[in-house]
Write a protein that binds this ligand. Structure first.
Ligand SMILES: [Zn+2]
Ligand SMILES: [Zn+2]
Ligand SMILES: [Zn+2]
Ligand SMILES: [Zn+2]
Ligand SMILES: [Zn+2]
Ligand SMILES: [Zn+2]
Length: 144
């Protein structure tokens, strides 16, 4: 919003001018379309009315194809501005335990640790870790 010396208030596009005296904090309602540049995605701008800073332009509603969060599927009919896209399928990535696939639906980021009650191999692994920790503990306490 520009405030000139004679306190005229001019809207962003310059089509609507409020003549003084203009009360402090007046918001201009301009009936002309926004003239700000296109969104960075390069899609045609969603038509909307002139608005003042710092109000951003509305998010891009252009329907497009986007790669889902798990990165396996291109999902169509997604609004350009939508950030989280899910293909709705089970992730299926092998988990750290090495025995179970991830059972979460399509998600962003790393898979959650395995919550399944794992079979013998995982128990064994636990026993090994436990005995190792115990051994370390004993060795340490002997030194103290
Ligand atoms: Zn305007
Ligand atoms: Zn705008
Ligand atoms: Zn997915
Ligand atoms: Zn866009
Ligand atoms: Zn597992
Ligand atoms: Zn996963």
């Amino acid at each position: 919003m520009f405030i000139s010396y004679d306190l005229q208030v001019i809207c962003h596009c310059g089509h609507t001018v409020s003549e003084p005296p203009v009360p402090c904090g007046t918001e201009i309602k301009c009936a002309y379309p926004c003239v700000r540049p296109r969104p960075p995605c390069g899609h045609p701008r969603t038509p909307h009315l002139c608005h003042e800073d710092p109000t951003p332009c509305p998010p891009c509603v252009y329907l497009t194809e986007k790669l889902c969060a798990c990165g396996k599927t291109m999902v169509g009919n997604i609004r350009c501005s939508q950030e989280k896209v899910s293909c709705g399928k089970v992730c299926g990535c092998p988990l750290g335990c090495g025995f179970h696939p991830c059972e979460q639906l399509c998600h962003a980021g790393a898979c959650a640790p395995c919550t399944t009650i794992c079979g013998k191999p995982r128990k064994l692994w636990y026993v090994i870790v436990l005995s190792l920790t115990r051994r370390n503990f004993r060795t340490k306490s002997r030194h103290v």
